[in-house]
Design a binder for this molecule. Structure first.
Ligand code: GLN
Length: 232
């Protein structure tokens, strides 16, 4: 990553699979709300970039060690992360929710997790939340690097539940991933685009300006609707 802000190609890391924000479509193309937003923002602002689907935790680590310029991965803006990273304006509301197998009949609250195992994804808000309540409710956790393996663990019965971002798990459930929601979602969690603190200020500025343009023109809503609108 060399050159001035207009001729350089930014390297942006993302998750491997986090539909509807980033995922491979049936043609093997990397698509999703994050991907479409970044494409549209880059076009609006006249910058170029390359996407590296590293996995969520690996993407955040790569940013921290300056191997990439930014992360867009349904990444929640948190106070802890703000100590290391600069975030764009928030572009999507999220929040953690508990999900179980659609066949599950006995787990419908955190208290039901006593003595059970729960699947979580390394370095995520869902994992942080699960870890913050596991002693109180007496459950154990198994960690995974990606959401699909985490869901498999629940379907196979090795874990009774998982903690995942609401818009992602709700989308997956709609697509028939074999899970169902078990609780109301926890408050909080807005997604932002991240760069290292004090670096790539120009990129954050372009992201925010482009995002605002997309919101004003209606293109932001079109992108979201493309993935989330329920057919009439
Ligand atoms: N929003 C969650 C976080 O920031 C999960 C992101 C993800 O798994 N891609 O931790």
């Amino acid at each position: 990553t060399t050159g001035t802000s207009d001729d350089r190609k930014y390297i942006i890391a993302t998750d491997t699979t986090f539909a509807p924000f980033e995922f491979e479509d049936t043609n093997g193309e990397f698509v999703g709300i994050d991907m479409d937003l970044l494409n549209a923002i880059a076009e609006d602002q006249g910058f170029t970039f390359e996407i590296k689907p590293l996995g969520f935790n690996a993407a955040v680590q790569a940013l921290e060690s300056n191997q990439v310029d930014g992360v867009i991965a349904g990444m929640s803006i948190t106070d802890e992360r703000k100590e290391k990273f600069d975030f764009s304006d928030a572009y999507f509301d999220s929040g953690v929710v508990m999900a179980v197998s659609e066949k599950e009949k006995n787990i419908s609250s955190y208290a039901d997790l006593k003595g059970k195992n729960v699947a979580i994804k390394t370095g995520t808000e869902g994992a942080t939340f699960a870890n913050s309540i596991k002693d109180k409710y007496g459950f154990t956790t198994t960690t995974f690097d990606d959401s699909s393996n985490m869901y498999e663990e629940v379907k196979s019965g090795n874990a009774v539940a998982t903690f995942e971002d609401y818009p992602v798990i709700a989308y997956g459930i709609n697509q028939g991933n074999g899970l169902k929601l078990a609780t109301e979602k926890e408050a909080g969690g807005q997604y932002g685009f991240a760069v290292n603190q004090g670096e790539n200020e120009a990129l954050i500025k372009m992201f925010n300006e482009g995002l605002q343009h997309l919101k004003d023109s209606g293109q932001y809503q079109e992108i979201v609707d493309k993935y989330l609108a329920t057919p009439e």
